[in-house]
Write a protein that binds this ligand. Structure first.
Ligand code: PEP
Ligand code: MG
Length: 875
């Protein structure tokens, strides 16, 4: 038997999402449950991957199967494709395993042509409806399948409205729409050089192909990269009988959630439009009514919908996001899926579902996307500043949080300004998927049109970005880059602030403050911690960051980068003095100045940590970052050193390196200048002795970490300096204190010889930033310039500096861990590269048996949750 690529809705179920995509699987499940679902079939994700494998063609085998299933569908629906007497019209929609809202293309009303439209008009007795459907179809097909620009069609509609002296699309009559269809087709022919396709099956195959193709469009690729969705999954295509929400005032269409997606509150939440098709609600072109209003307008339909919503939620045991259409008073369900929600709502819903007895704590922990926690930890307005600020307008509170930034009007400008270090607020008439990259870098998004389920709202919520939508009071001129609101004019670069929680808009900069975490957070994170086996530490090098991380649940510091403690004021002067000193005495003088700063900092850190461990990484500065470049700094330093400016400049020139990332940094510095390691050891040991004396209960065991080691003798050399210095200090103090000396594994040679290295190391910490840099052989500072081409060409699907390359770098990590433990079975192993806060990398670390991950303070909760999920998913 040949392979099956097409499935009727009645042949699937919810567990087949890999094959049928989320939408297809859920349509099948609703069909199984006897819910009113317009019938149809799903072309599987395997057909999509085959399309790509076959060089972007749909082979005859699959085309024939689609034909066969279309015939079955006609029989089920009692209508026929292309039959003017009783026409079947279909929608064609994408649906991948993971929902990608608004990312892929949809075509409605497919099957119409000049003959069928007349039949539809006669059959329904509604010529206006028939021609409205037809013009929408020609427009969508031209846009989605043939990639013509939407705006040319919009211009024709606007011209027609002007000619007729009307404002709304709904005021155009059947003849106007018929005339528009003619104009649209002429436009199509002019651009495409051929007639608009009239054969419905050709239209269908064109549409299926367009959906497959859309899997590879740039916005889908960006969305996948942001959400770790593999390219190899492909999308399914759902072909579903059309029901018409635009067939009169007894019809309509809407979207609704079983709980409030912004707060998690348990109530039906959503909106609908009378006499409209789905795209109108999602695109946010007309402002819809609240779902509660449907209760008054069509009570029986509302009750039926509410009952289905409850059934669906109970069935999926999660908040549902549903699309429905009412055709002449009859309700149809077009889709259901687990709804996207804000981080606050995600926690509220997870906790409520446990309290309602629907799910277990374990299931609740798996329900929240770790990356989403980011949003909870994001800024709010400073309360005092907010009191003093006066809103100039208000619109829908589409996605919570506070944003303050300079106005930009395009996604491109948002990116450009952001790259220059500016904070921006993106102001748009409405957003569309093309805007995604601009939205991702904006502090906040403000739209003139659109409801709570508009593109801007859904996407911003998913990103955890503040969004205020549907501000109809704004008069905007996107081309000339200005808008007017509350009597004020705003141009590109002017400050505004948005409150995504209340919908308020401020025409000024309102300062923001750190996020406050809700009561559910601790309870939820407590559950997560109970399943987690991997420890979570933080990367912090000052007491403030350390305190922040402890508040977020850090169990210690995994990486204290000591060079970061030298950037300011007097300290940088002292370190510069050390760097440019030509003699050991000169360096000793400089180091004597640095020592008290170091020791004081370490003491403060130990106090903040209250007994939690801290791994202190010895100096690892690319030297060029520290030498003075400004004329006045050079002069000041020359005076200090009592040498001439020219002499100093010569020293600085001598320090120049062609590749500082591979230069005189890390332990190489201590090999050249052992006194630096001795000074740092003194600072660490004395700080620990001091704080242990104050607080014997802390029982601090200092952890000293030697960076950039590639050879055991190199480690041993530096370690000997550490131990001789430390042992003397401890003996002199007359107090017993243990201390550990470990190393970073961040050079491939260290990973390859990890068994040797472990004989000299009490612990390993993988510095996967450098390990990635040196395994790939590209500079961590320069890779950004060319990685985009690698994503575009599908060479890499994600940034290896953000998400651990498990296949290559990960292999080194796993191998080095095994080798290290073969030499020293109790070797403690962690990771402190940026990957320590990335959920998929955390899962990898769990799987290969690391003891801890270490990440920046704001990512600590993310790592805690990711570690818990890793433990639960790999039981
Ligand atoms: C690393 O290389 O992964 C690391 C943590 O060290 P740094 O980023 O300071 O080089
Ligand atoms: Mg490093």
């Amino acid at each position: 038997m040949s392979h099956k690529y097409v499935y009727l809705f009645s042949e699937g179920n919810k567990d087949m999402r890999e094959l049928l995509g989320g939408k297809g699987a859920n349509l099948a499940e609703m069909t199984l449950a006897g819910m009113p679902v317009p019938q149809g079939f799903t072309v599987s994700t395997e057909a999509c991957t085959k399309y790509y494998d076959d060089g972007k063609v749909i082979v005859p085998e699959i085309e024939n199967e689609i034909k066969e299933y279309l015939a079955k569908m006609e029989e089920i629906c009692g209508k026929k494709f292309g039959d003017p007497k009783n026409p079947l019209l279909v929608s064609v929609r994408s649906g991948s395993r993971a929902s990608m809202p608004g990312m892929m293309d949809t075509i409605l009303n497919l099957g119409l042509n000049d003959v069928v439209v007349e039949g539809l008009a006669a059959f329904t007795g509604n010529a206006r409806f028939a021609y409205d459907s037809y013009r929408r179809f020609v427009q969508m097909y031209s846009d989605v399948v043939m990639e013509m620009s939407k705006s040319e069609f919009e211009k024709l509609i606007d011209a027609m409205k002007e000619k007729k002296g009307v404002k709304m699309d709904t005021e155009l009559d059947a003849d106007d729409l018929k005339e528009l269809v003619g104009q649209f087709k002429a436009l199509y022919k002019g651009k495409m050089g051929s007639d608009f396709p009239t054969e419905p099956f050709d239209q269908l195959m064109g549409a299926v192909k367009a959906v497959f193709r859309s899997w590879d469009n740039p916005r889908a690729n960006v969305y996948r990269r942001m959400n770790d969705i593999p390219y190899s999954w492909g999308t399914a295509v759902n072909v579903q009988a059309m029901v018409f929400g635009n067939s009169g005032d007894n019809s309509g269409t809407g979207v609704a959630f079983t709980r409030d997606p912004a707060t998690g509150e348990k109530k039906l939440f959503g909106e609908y439009l009378i006499n409209a098709q789905g795209e109108d609600v999602v695109a946010g072109i007309r402002t819809p009514s609240q779902i509660s209003h449907l209760h008054d307008q069509m009570p029986a339909v509302y009750d039926e919908f509410a009952a289905i919503a409850t059934r669906l939620e109970n069935h999926y045991k999660d908040m549902q996001d549903m699309e429905f259409t009412i055709e002449n008073g009859k309700l149809y369900m077009l889709q259901t899926r687990n709804g996207k929600r804000t981080a606050a709502a995600a926690l509220q819903i997870a906790v409520d579902l446990v309290d309602e007895g629907m799910i277990t704590e374990e299931e609740a922990v798996l329900r929240v996307d770790p990356k989403q926690l980011d949003a909870l930890l994001h800024p709010q307005f400073d309360a005092k500043a907010l009191k003093a600020a006066k809103p100039i307008g208000k619109a829908l509170a589409a996605s919570p949080g506070a944003a303050c930034g300079k106005v930009v009007f395009t996604a491109e400008a948002a990116k450009e300004w952001h790259d220059k270090g500016e904070k921006v607020v993106l102001v748009r008439l409405e957003t569309s998927p093309e805007d995604i990259e601009g939205m991702a870098v904006a502090q906040g998004i403000l739209t003139v049109r659109g409801g709570m389920t508009s593109h801007a709202a859904v996407v911003a919520r998913g990103m955890g970005t503040c969004c205020v939508s549907g501000c109809g009071e704004i008069t905007i001129n996107e081309e000339e880059k200005h808008f007017e609101l509350g009597g004020q004019n705003f141009h590109e670069g002017d400050y505004i602030s948005l409150d995504g929680t209340t919908g308020a808009i401020y025409g000024e900069a309102v300062p923001t403050v750190e996020a406050a975490i809700s009561g559910n957070f601790d309870r939820f994170m407590g559950w997560a911690d109970s399943y987690r086996t991997l420890k979570v530490r933080t990367n912090a090098d000052n007491p403030k960051d350390a305190a922040q991380a402890v508040k977020y649940g850090a169990e210690g510091i995994g990486l204290c980068r000591t060079e970061h403690m030298f950037f300011e004021g007097e300290r940088i002067k002292a370190i510069r003095e050390m760097i440019v000193s030509k003699t050991a005495e000169g360096r000793a003088t400089a180091l004597a100045k640095i020592l008290p700063y170091q020791q004081g900092d370490f003491e403060e850190m130990y106090r903040v940590l209250e007994g939690r461990p801290m791994t202190i990484r010895f100096l690892d500065p690319p030297l060029h970052e520290f030498v003075p470049t400004k004329e006045e700094d050079i002069k000041e330093l020359a005076d200090e050193l009592k040498i001439t400016v020219t002499e100093l400049k010569n020293v600085i020139a001598g320090l120049h390196e062609f590749n500082p990332m591979m230069g005189h940094r890390g332990c190489r510095l201590a090999v050249t200048y052992p006194e630096i390691a001795a000074m740092q050891t003194t600072a660490v040991i004395n700080a620990a002795l001091t704080v242990n004396k104050e607080h014997p209960e802390y029982n601090i065991i200092p952890e000293i970490m030697i960076p950039l080691v590639g050879e055991i003798k190199e480690l041993k050399f530096v370690k000997d300096i550490v131990t001789s210095t430390a042992n003397k200090l401890i003996a002199d103090a007359g107090i017993e204190m243990e201390y550990h000396v470990g190393t970073m594994i961040e050079i491939p040679r260290a990973a390859l010889t990890a068994d040797e290295i472990a004989t000299e190391a009490d612990f390993f910490s993988f510095g996967t930033n450098d390990l990635t840099q040196m395994t790939f052989g590209f500079s961590r500072d320069d890779a950004g310039k060319f990685l985009d081409s690698y994503y575009e060409n599908k060479i890499y699907e994600s940034d290896p500096f953000a998400r651990l390359d498990q296949h290559g770098v990960g292999k080194l990590v796993e191998m080095a861990t095994k080798l290290g433990r073969s030499a020293r079975s109790d070797l403690k192993v962690g990771i402190c590269g940026e990957h320590g806060g990335d959920p998929s990398s955390v899962e990898f670390c769990h799987k290969i048996g690391l003891n801890y991950v270490s990440c920046s303070p704001f990512r600590v909760p993310i790592a805690r949750l990711a570690a818990a999920q890793a433990a639960l998913n790999n039981k």
